[in-house]
Design a protein around this ligand. Sequence first.
Ligand SMILES: [Zn+2]
Ligand SMILES: [Zn+2]
Length: 243
Amino acid sequence: MRLTIDTHMHTIASGHAYNTIDEMTRSAADKGFTHIAITEHTPKMPGSCAEMYFHNLQSLRHEKMGVYRLFGAELNIMDFKGSVDLPERVYKELDITIASFHTPCIKSGTREQNTAALISVIKNPWINIVGHPDDGRYPVDMEAVVKAAKENNTLLELNNASLKPAGPRPGTWENDRKMLELCKRYKAHITISSDAHIEEDIGNFQYALQLIEEMDFPESLIAGTDYDKLVGFLNIGKSGNNE
Ligand SMILES: [Zn+2]
Ligand SMILES: [Zn+2]
């Protein structure tokens, strides 16, 4: 299996990442990537982009240096109803949207509350991916999350950065094993991402692929093996959007 799509990364615009969009594109091109997604943090993340930044992404062209760039956002989940920190009219126009729990934006609730937040996000037709649902600081009922993701055509993310030994999220290996097992059982799709904050990290799927192999996870359920398959999950692939 060769993955040439990376669905999650940040640039200097996010405030705590260190390369420009063009530097990320060049690095992706050098590594043979065909598609990348630039998914900056949304306004409630300290130091990140204002709403206007996301409006104006339409001024960028998709294709550059032989790489197709998807322009999107990593939305912050703000409450247990699954509210996020951009207006729907803004994020529905983006090519790709991820929604995630981040500690500067929401403190964990009970397992039931965290699960309700993720299910609400999953049911939102303009949110495409649940970012790092493996974060042990936000315990969830993984079976309920996976079933909802399957029913609503939403991707669950296998985030390589979550699995790094020095990463801040506890319990990720165990939580991802559980998630992958349930995705196999319910035939729910995942996406593998680097969540790169520097260009060297683009396409770094080292730990994610280790788990895929360990779990004997089927390639057919990995959306990023084929852009035609992936696009069916994204806003850019929804009819009438981004024409
Ligand atoms: Zn994140
Ligand atoms: Zn991220």
